[in-house]
Design a protein around this ligand. Structure first.
Ligand code: GTP
Ligand code: MN
Ligand code: MN
Ligand code: MN
Ligand code: MN
Ligand code: MN
Length: 212
C-alpha cells in the first residue's frame, strides 16, 4: 500500500492548533493507522447578502448524522487503490454521482493531522476550487447521494463574512459543533486559500471561542 500511496512531499500548512504534516510524512506512519480523507470544495461567489455584504466564496460543509458539521469524505478502505481513490469514492457516496468528475489529486492535498485517540487516525485534508456553476450543480444533485438523509443530512455553505454586530456570520458559524479536527481544517484552509483575510479569521475564531 505504501508504494501505491507514495508521492512527492506536499507543502506543510502551518495554521491550526494541531501539527500538520505532509501527505508523504503521513504515509510513513505505517500499519496500525487508519486514514481518512475529507475535502473543502469552494467557488468564487460574486453576490452580496442584502445587496451589501460580499459573499466572497461559496464553501461547502455538511451536517452529519451525529449533529456535527464536517467536510464530505471518509475512511480510506483496503479496496481503495490510493488516498485520492478513497476520497473520490466517499465524495460520490456523500455528494452523489455529480461528484464523479471532481477528480481530486495529490496536488490538492493541504495537509494531514493525526490523533492517537479514540483510534489511531490520520485525517488528510484536500481543497479544490470549482466554478460557481459546478458547485451549484453539486448542491442540486446532493439529495441523490446514497448517503443523503442517512449519514449526510444536508450540505451547508459557510458564511465567510462578519455582520455589523461583529458576531453574526463566520463567528457564529464557528461556534457550532465540528467533528474531529474539522474546525481547525476550516480555519486553516480559509487562511491558506486567501478566502478570508487573516485578521478577520483570527477575530472570528476568538469571538466564537469566548462565547457569543
Ligand atoms: P463510514 O464509512 O460509514 O464509517 O463513514 P465515513 O467513511 O464517511 O467516515 P466519516 O467521514 O464519518 O469519518 C471518518 C473519520 O474522520 C472519523 O474518525 C470521523 O470522526 C472523522 N471525520 C469525519 N469528518 C471529518 C472532517 O470533516 N474532518 C476531520 N478532520 N475528520 C473528520
Ligand atoms: Mn462516507
Ligand atoms: Mn464521511
Ligand atoms: Mn466510508
Ligand atoms: Mn458509510
Ligand atoms: Mn460514517
Amino acid at each position: 500500500r505504501g508504494g501505491a500511496w507514495g508521492g512527492a512531499p506536499m507543502e506543510v500548512a502551518a495554521m491550526g492548533e494541531s501539527r500538520v504534516v505532509s501527505r508523504a510524512e503521513a504515509l510513513e506512519l505505517g500499519p496500525g493507522w487508519r486514514h481518512a480523507c475529507h475535502a473543502l470544495l469552494y467557488a468564487p461567489c460574486p453576490g452580496r447578502l442584502f445587496g451589501r455584504v460580499p459573499l466572497r466564496h461559496a464553501v461547502l460543509m455538511q451536517m452529519r448524522f451525529d449533529g456535527q458539521l464536517g467536510f464530505p469524505g471518509g475512511f480510506v478502505d483496503p479496496r481503495d487503490s490510493s488516498l485520492e481513490a478513497g476520497l473520490s469514492r466517499e465524495l460520490r457516496e456523500e455528494l452523489g454521482p455529480g461528484a464523479a468528475p471532481l477528480s481530486l489529486a495529490e496536488g490538492d492535498h493541504l495537509g494531514a493531522r493525526f490523533a492517537e485517540t479514540p483510534q489511531r487516525l490520520v485525517a488528510h485534508f484536500y481543497a479544490k476550487r470549482l466554478s460557481l456553476e459546478q458547485l451549484r450543480a453539486l448542491e442540486e444533485g446532493a439529495t441523490k447521494a446514497a448517503d443523503h438523509g442517512l449519514e449526510v443530512l444536508g450540505l451547508v455553505r459557510v458564511p465567510l463574512y462578519t455582520l455589523r454586530d461583529g458576531v453574526g456570520g463566520l463567528p457564529t458559524f464557528l461556534s457550532n459543533s465540528f467533528v474531529a479536527s474539522a474546525r481547525q481544517q476550516l480555519l486553516q484552509a480559509l487562511g491558506a486559500l486567501g478566502l478570508v483575510p487573516e485578521a478577520e479569521l483570527r477575530r472570528a475564531d476568538a469571538v466564537s471561542r469566548k462565547g457569543l
